[in-house]
Design a protein around this ligand. Structure first.
Ligand code: HEC
Length: 130
């Protein structure tokens, strides 16, 4: 009997490779294992390698998310809380109108706060009138 030719061997190898690829790709992807998230008990600690990590509870101060009511407050809330909290503004020392004007212009010119030309005055009015 004649030995099988090169073409036959090559075809068999290609066929076998395709069969393996189809079998592998057809397999269902294993679902990611569900991660159980449980509340960390107070003062839980983990030790290992000479290091002990202990969790602790911290009380964060209240941080005003929005500005308190006042004229043009909606505009101020739209323009002034994208980058920092309202508290960042509310906890500043008392300032005069020109100082607030300079701050609003700095926010717009330096940090690119989206404040249109006509919006500067109403925002300054709100801040200076607090
Ligand atoms: C595009 C981002 C952005 C927006 C929007 C923005 N700010 Fe700021 N603001 C900043 C950054 C950044 C700082 C911190 C500057 C620093 O630490 O010097 C800051 C700081 C401040 C401070 C602290 C004092 C100071 O001069 O640094 C005040 C007051 C303030 N912003 C007011 C406002 C008001 C009012 C508005 C709305 C008109 C506003 N910001 C909108 C980015 C922004």
């Amino acid at each position: 009997m004649r030995a099988p030719g090169f073409a036959v061997i090559a075809l068999v190898l290609i066929g076998a490779t395709l069969a393996v690829l189809v079998a592998v790709s057809g397999r269902e992807r294993a679902a990611a294992p569900a991660v159980a998230v449980s509340a960390v008990p107070e003062a839980a600690s983990v030790a290992g390698g000479g290091v002990t990590l202990t969790s602790t509870a911290v009380e964060l101060p209240d941080d005003a998310a929005v500005f308190p009511d006042g004229p043009n407050v909606a505009l101020v809330n739209q323009r002034c809380v994208a980058c920092h909290s309202a508290s960042m503004v509310l906890t500043q020392p008392k300032m005069k109108r020109e100082q607030w004007q300079a701050i609003v212009e700095k926010m717009r010119d330096t940090y690119h706060a989206p404040v249109a030309e006509g919006e500067v005055a109403p925002i300054v009015g709100y801040l200076a009138g607090r």
